[in-house]
Ligand binder design. Structure first.
Ligand code: NAD
Length: 261
C-alpha cells in the first residue's frame, strides 16, 4: 500500500478502462476524483460504491474534456478537496470511423481535443503542484494506435500518435522532479464501448457473436483474447509505484502481440 493517501484524477472514469483504473488505485488506498459523462444518478451510485468498497475519498467532477477551463477547474477543485493531485491518468477518449475524404470536420476537431489536447491542459494544470511536492505520476491511456495505424481512423490514430510524442516531451521536462509520464497502449479491451459494437457487426456481416469477436475485432490480436480492464489497471498502478520511478517517457504495449507483427 505504498500509494496509500495519494490523490488521483482519472479522466473518463465513469465507464470502462477509466473506472477500472479508479477502482484499482482506490484498492491501493488512493483517493480518486472520477470524471466523465453519463447519467447523474448512475455516476453518484458508482462514486458511492467505490468509496464504500475501498474506504477512500471518492469525488466526481463533470469537466467536459472539450473545455480547457473545465479541465483547469477539475484540477483546482481536486487540489482543494484532497490537498494535492499526485497522480493524473489521462484516459478519456472517443472514436470515429470514416474514410478521410468524408471525415466530418467537427469529429476530427472533437477527437483531437478529447484524445490529445485534454491531456495537455490537465498535465499543464497538475505539474506545478507535483513539482512543489517533489513527486508525481502521469499515465496516458493511449492505444496500439499510438504505434500503428488502421484505415478509417485518421483522427484517432493521429491523436494517439500525438499522445506518444507528448509523453516523451513532458517526461524529459520533469525528469529531475521525481515526476514520470508514461503511456499505456492497449489493444482491444473488453469494455462497454466494444461490447456495444457487436450486435451491429453481427447484422452487418451476417456472423455470430464468436465470429465477430475472433475474426473482426481480434483479427490483429494474436492471442485472440481481449485485453481486460483489470490488466490495464494493474499496469497503471505499477507505473504509479516507486518500483517504476525510472520508467518514464515510454509507451508500454498491452496488446496480445498486435504490434509485434
Ligand atoms: P468508454 O467509452 O467505456 O469510456 C470512455 C470514458 O471517457 C467515459 O467515462 C466517458 O464518459 C468519457 N468521456 C468521453 N467523452 C468525454 C468528454 N468530452 N469529457 C469527459 N469525459 C468524456 O471507453 P474505454 O474503452 O474505456 O476507453 C478509455 C480509453 O482507452 C480511451 O482513451 C480509448 O481510446 C482507450 N483505448 C480503448 C481501447 C478499447 O479497446 N476499449 C483500446 C485502446 C485504447
Amino acid at each position: 500500500m505504498a500509494l496509500k493517501g495519494k490523490n488521483a484524477i482519472i479522466t473518463g472514469s465513469t465507464s470502462g478502462i477509466g473506472l477500472g483504473i479508479a477502482r484499482a488505485l482506490a484498492a491501493e488506498g488512493v483517493n480518486v476524483m472520477l470524471n466523465g459523462l453519463g447519467d447523474a444518478g448512475e455516476i453518484e451510485k458508482t462514486r458511492a460504491a467505490v468509496a464504500q468498497e475501498f474506504g477512500v475519498k471518492v469525488g466526481y467532477h463533470g469537466a467536459n474534456m472539450l473545455e480547457p477551463a473545465e479541465i483547469r477547474d477539475m484540477v483546482a477543485k481536486t487540489g482543494a478537496e484532497f490537498g494535492s493531485v499526485d497522480i493524473l491518468v489521462n484516459n478519456a477518449g472517443i472514436q470515429f470511423v470514416s474514410p478521410v475524404e468524408d471525415f466530418p470536420d467537427e469529429k476530427w476537431e472533437q477527437i483531437l481535443r478529447i484524445n490529445l489536447s485534454a491531456s495537455f491542459y490537465a498535465t499543464k494544470a497538475v505539474i506545478p503542484g507535483m513539482k512543489k511536492n517533489g513527486w508525481g505520476r502521469i499515465v496516458n491511456i493511449s492505444s496500439a494506435h499510438s504505434l500503428v495505424a488502421s484505415p478509417f481512423k485518421s483522427a484517432y490514430v493521429a491523436a494517439k500518435h500525438g499522445v506518444a510524442g507528448f509523453t516523451k516531451t513532458v517526461a524529459l521536462e520533469v525528469a529531475t522532479h521525481k515526476i514520470t509520464m508514461n503511456s499505456i497502449a492497449p489493444g482491444y479491451v473488453w469494455t462497454p464501448l466494444v461490447e456495444r459494437q457487436i450486435p451491429d457487426t453481427m447484422k452487418a456481416r451476417n456472423m455470430n457473436e464468436e465470429q465477430v469477436k475472433k475474426e473482426v475485432l481480434l483479427a490483429a490480436q494474436p492471442t485472440k483474447e481481449f485485453v481486460t480492464v483489470e490488466q490495464v489497471a494493474a499496469l497503471t498502478v505499477f507505473l504509479c509505484s516507486d518500483a517504476a520511478a525510472s520508467m518514464t517517457g515510454t509507451t508500454y504495449s498491452i496488446d496480445g502481440g498486435w504490434t509485434a507483427q
